[in-house]
Ligand binder design. Structure first.
Ligand code: XMP
Length: 515
């Protein structure tokens, strides 16, 4: 799929911020794509690249085996912006000089602007910037001038206005840099002259045509989970091919209260999507009986899911495509550079796709999009605010939120408690302000007193976190009276619970889920 004829290429040198750069560009309504740092210049031209950003990265340009871009990118006549490692690469390859700093510059710094030009147009004369670099440019390449500096680095922003090559020593993409977005936007809109027409309203039509062309008269099956990605994929594909799409929803018996009914109401009743519901709770619970090991639980749930899904698809005729709600961050290949933290983080989050043995062709209409774009697309397609802003819910569902053995009785308790938590957060207007909020069932009993009677009952833990990508998270510090209300409602209304605890751990070192 080629969504637009204007692309800003971000050459990835392994920075943990590469994706953030790409997202910031998309926020300027310009399409960006992340490329391996050594992508041939010819390929960039063929793709329609109109501007190139060299990302930061953990390496040093002074090392012999340092990653370098194809030198031909400097001969294309296309604007180039180097960020952090990128400015050093640019200076080094264009025969300036880069030296190791006496002191690694990390954290906040003050940037003083000497000359604004196109890149710094509209930026205040001094701004706070976010640094993270060891080496620095000490001698400019021919044709360049310094247009801004920090206390430690004379060449903090460099420019060759004729060739339209620019370098920033700091990170404009992170929130700690004041007016960083404006600097990026100046590069993209003023220097690369992008139109800024990458909007989901434009994207829908293009995506629909692409789906129709690819699918033809075939039928497409999609595993609908009720989460944002598969829901938006379903709505989009349905808009393109109507009844040729069949959605399969697997009720694994580990869903939250009313989840299946909600999915039926939205997709079957409202959107009139051809929806098959596989009610297989009993099958899952039978396999899970007596199992307490978290990894074993996950494996069983995953394996059963694949089998149930497979069986449902086998029962359908003429299906050639399997649709998935794969997003852009899932398909970006991490750069194999030593010390690249982004590569490690990603492998942990790689959730296994459906089996290759299904021999279906893949249809992944969201694979160009970041999460926020998927949400905007969902709104465009008529999905509700509640639907596109739902909290993430893990594939193994409540199975990983019941510590120890999963039983129908424990599921019932957890479901009832969870409903109360979500209801109160929504009522107090906190649900959409936190990343995730859920209850966890603990496999212990504690003593309590209710009326005149001594109780010996279950404990529920509240897990409410703030995060922007689930890779790191902080426990959300909500008002105490709200927590108190949730706690007393759970204890009063959920039979079998006499104690509520609050999880006050951050990730890392804890994780968001308990298993
Ligand atoms: P952790 O617990 O690793 O979770 O901090 C990070 C994010 O991933 C979700 N999660 C899962 N999602 N299948 C999924 O689809 C899983 O097995 C799974 N485990 C965790 C979790 O809810 C959080 O958003």
């Amino acid at each position: 799929m080629k969504p637009t004829n204007q692309i800003i290429a971000v050459l990835d040198f392994g920075s943990q911020y590469t994706q953030v750069i790409a997202r910031r560009i998309r926020e300027c309504q310009v399409y960006s794509r992340i490329y391996a740092f050594d992508t041939p210049a010819q390929k960039l031209i063929e793709d329609g690249v109109v501007g190139i950003i060299l990302s930061g990265g953990p390496s040093s340009v002074l090392k012999k085996d340092a990653p370098r871009p194809d030198a031909k990118i400097f001969t294309l006549g296309i604007p180039i912006l180097g960020i952090c490692y990128g400015i050093q690469t640019l200076a080094h390859m264009l025969e300036g000089k880069v030296d190791p700093s006496a002191q690694r510059e990390y954290g906040r710094g003050k940037l003083t602007i000497r000359k604004k030009g196109l890149l710094l147009a509209g930026i205040a004369n001094t701004i706070q910037v976010w640094n993270s670099h060891g080496d620095k440019v000490t001698q400019l390449p021919k044709g360049f001038e310094t247009i801004a500096s920090t206390e430690n680095s004379d060449c903090a922003v460099i420019a060759d206005e004729v060739r339209q090559f620019y370098g920033l020593q700091f990170h404009p993409e992170v929130a700690h840099t004041e007016q960083g977005r404006e600097i990026l936007s100046n590069f993209i809109l003023k220097i690369c002259k992008c139109r800024g027409d990458w909007l989901m309203s434009n994207y829908v039509e293009q995506a629909i045509q692409d789906i129709q062309k690819k699918v033809g008269k075939s039928r497409v099956v999609l595993g609908l989970s009720g989460g944002v990605d598969s829901s938006v994929a379903a709505a989009l594909i349905h808009r393109a091919i109507g009844k040729q799409l069949i959605c399969v929803f697997v009720d694994n018996g580990l869903l939250r209260k009313n989840e299946r009914e909600e999915v039926e109401r939205i997709f079957s009743d409202h959107f009139k999507i051809n929806l098959k519901v596989a009610r297989s709770g009993k099958r899952f619970l039978k396999k899970l009986k007596g199992v307490t090991d978290p990894e074993k639980k996950r494996k069983i749930i995953g394996k059963e899911f694949v089998e149930v899904f497979d069986d449902s698809v086998k029962a359908l005729e003429g299906v050639d495509f399997l649709a998935q709600g794969t997003l852009y961050p899932d398909v970006i290949e991490s750069v194999p550079i030593a010390g690249n933290p982004a590569a490690l983080i990603k492998s942990h989050h790689n959730v296994g796709g459906l089996p290759k043995r299904m021999k279906l062709k893949l249809l992944e209409p969201l694979r160009e999009l970041f999460k926020d774009e998927v949400r905007a697309l969902g709104k465009e397609l008529g999905l509700s605010h509640e639907m596109v802003w739902r909290h993430p819910f893990p594939g193994p569902g409540l199975g990983v939120r019941i510590i120890g053995e999963i039983t129908p009785a424990r599921l019932k308790v957890l479901r009832e408690a969870d409903v109360i938590l979500l209801e109160e957060l929504k009522r107090a207007d906190y649900y959409y302000k936190v990343w995730q909020a859920f209850c966890v069932f603990l496999p212990i009993r504690t003593v309590g007193v209710m009326g005149d009677e001594r109780t010996y009952d279950n404990v529920i833990a509240l897990r409410i976190v703030e995060s922007s990508d689930a890779m790191t998270a902080d426990w959300a510090q909500l008002p105490h009276d709200l927590i108190q209300l949730i706690s007393s409602r759970i204890i009063n209304e959920v039979k079998g619970v006499n104690r509520v605890c609050m999880d006050v751990s951050s990730k890392p070192p804890s994780t968001i889920e308990w298993e």
